[in-house]
Design a protein around this ligand. Sequence first.
Ligand code: COA
Length: 183
Amino acid sequence: MLRGERVTLRAMRRSDLPRLWAMNNDLAVELAGGGDPPEPQSYERLVAAYDREVARGGRDGTWFAIEADGKFIGQCGLMHPNPTAHTVELGITIGDKAYWGRGYGREVIRLLLDYAFRLRNYRRVWLWVHADNERGRRAYRACGFVEEGRLRQHVYSHGRYVDAVYMGLLREEWDQRQTEPAD
Ligand SMILES: CC(C)(COP(=O)(O)OP(=O)(O)OC[C@H]1O[C@@H](n2cnc3c(N)ncnc32)[C@H](O)[C@@H]1OP(=O)(O)O)[C@@H](O)C(=O)NCCC(=O)NCCS
């Protein structure tokens, strides 16, 4: 649905589930993303959840599968929309580690930001990231996000407490970047 140079953001497919299952059970991916504490997930449970959701009908909302080289490599999307303040949270997990650190993340983030600002008319996109997720923070910074604050020692992650860093990007800042050369 949303196409970049190397990535496409599209609806999830049932055929993505085996790869998603592997990603959900990959400890390195779980710890890097750092949302919930890592827990195993059976394939049957994943399929059942997918089928339940699909049975509801309608559309997939603002959540996308990330495809590169014809493969499902992760998921991303917009969450927690605030219809009054026109803000939304951005989330992304590239679950195939072979695609980390090669610029795919920032391409996905830029597609999502264009979707959020131009197609969905949000005025502010925000996110939070572990302070020790250097790869994520650099990718977000490269797309224009600025650090806005942090909750000290807010997260417990593999044996220690780390700060939660909040980052944000306003539409006018994004618009301004579109007229500047890309970095
Ligand atoms: C976070 C994530 C989306 C970033 O996407 P990506 O494709 O890996 O990122 P990019 O290649 O666009 O940018 C990575 C940046 O980190 C740097 N980097 C790469 N490997 C790194 C490493 N091991 N340690 C620190 N920095 C690293 C790159 O040099 C680049 O920065 P630069 O352009 O300033 O040089 C992706 O790595 C991912 O999904 N990780 C697992 C889950 C996760 O962390 N989700 C985000 C939760 S908030």
